[in-house]
Design a protein. Structure first.
Length: 295
């Protein structure tokens, strides 16, 4: 994330190989540069017509276990961590090609994607970047969960989680996002889950590729992974990572402050829909228009 005047894409294609966490299938993924005003689109190269689906909240068809998008018979699953990496690096335009329906989970975080894309380089493009500017606060609350958005001329996310399990407990983190803080503080935070739930998912044929190599697992005694946590509050950091991926589905970045309390993919998507519908609460504009400058 960060405040850039111009749209951005990758300087060169970047390829990855890994396993889908739910399918357990090996998948090859290439993130390619794309022209201005293209957005982020996913192309299934394993299907005869090589169809595409846009990474946009109105293409989301499921958020129960992972974020799944679909359009014209093209379904792509578990897009959230790659979307977070692209948003964290302020990449507006990319074509993501994959030869399976589910993206690879890598290490359960967005670090592998983030580092590889940064190493290959990011290119500025010849078109202004648009931002959502918050005109009035929006708040959504249900059953102890809440998401709010407030006007701010920075990109800030604050998040609170509260789990009864002592290994997690109550954690709060607030962060001002830019490319560097995203890579060093958020991108490496891994997915987490309770061991009995992961075992149940595997029993039902899901989480086939799930392992201690791509998730933090917790049992009644604490963290199961021998290497432990990457940060004591890795859990709340991962919730911020998920939020960045979810909000990137608005299509253009938000300039403002997002406050989350005990939210997850499902509730974040509820918020995105109500935010977008509430057209009095936002407008879209370029950085130059905000600064009232000639540029
Ligand atoms: Zn996640």
């Amino acid at each position: 994330m960060g405040l850039y005047k111009w749209q951005r894409t990758l300087a060169k294609p970047v390829s990855f190989k890994g396993q889908g966490v739910h399918s357990g299938k090996t998948v090859h993924l290439t993130v390619n540069p794309a022209p201005t005003n293209f957005g982020i689109k996913f192309r299934r190269t394993d299907l005869p017509a090589k169809p595409m689906v846009t990474g946009h909240f109105n293409r989301v068809i499921d958020t129960s276990l992972a974020t799944v998008i679909g359009e014209n018979g093209c379904i792509v699953s578990t897009i959230e961590h790659l979307m977070a990496a692209l948003s964290g690096l302020s990449i507006d335009n990319a074509v993501v090609e994959l030869d399976e329906y589910e993206l690879p989970i890598m290490d359960g975080s967005a670090l592998v994607f983030t580092r590889a894309i940064r190493e290959k380089g990011i290119a500025e493009q010849n078109a202004r970047r648009l931002y959502f500017i918050i005109q009035e606060p929006v708040h959504l609350e249900n059953g102890g969960k809440s998401v709010s958005i407030y006007p701010d001329n920075r990109q800030i996310i604050s998040c609170t989680i509260d789990f009864s399990h002592a290994a997690i407990g109550r954690q709060t983190l607030e962060i001002e996002l830019n490319e560097d803080s995203f890579e060093s503080e958020i991108a490496g935070a891994r997915t987490f889950g309770f061991l009995h739930e992961m075992e149940l998912l595997q029993f039902y044929g899901l989480a086939r590729g799930g392992s201690l190599d791509n998730a933090v697992a917790i049992d009644e005694k604490g963290v199961v992974n021998q290497e432990g946590l990457r940060w004591p509050d890795e859990f709340v950091r991962h919730k911020i990572l998920d939020c960045i991926g979810d909000f990137s589905l608005l299509g253009i970045p938000v300039l403002g402050r997002i406050d989350l309390c005990k939210s997850g993919h499902n509730f974040n998507h509820e918020f995105l829909k109500s935010f977008f519908k509430n057209k009095r609460s936002w407008k879209t504009t370029t950085l130059c228009q905000i600064a009232n400058a000639v540029c």
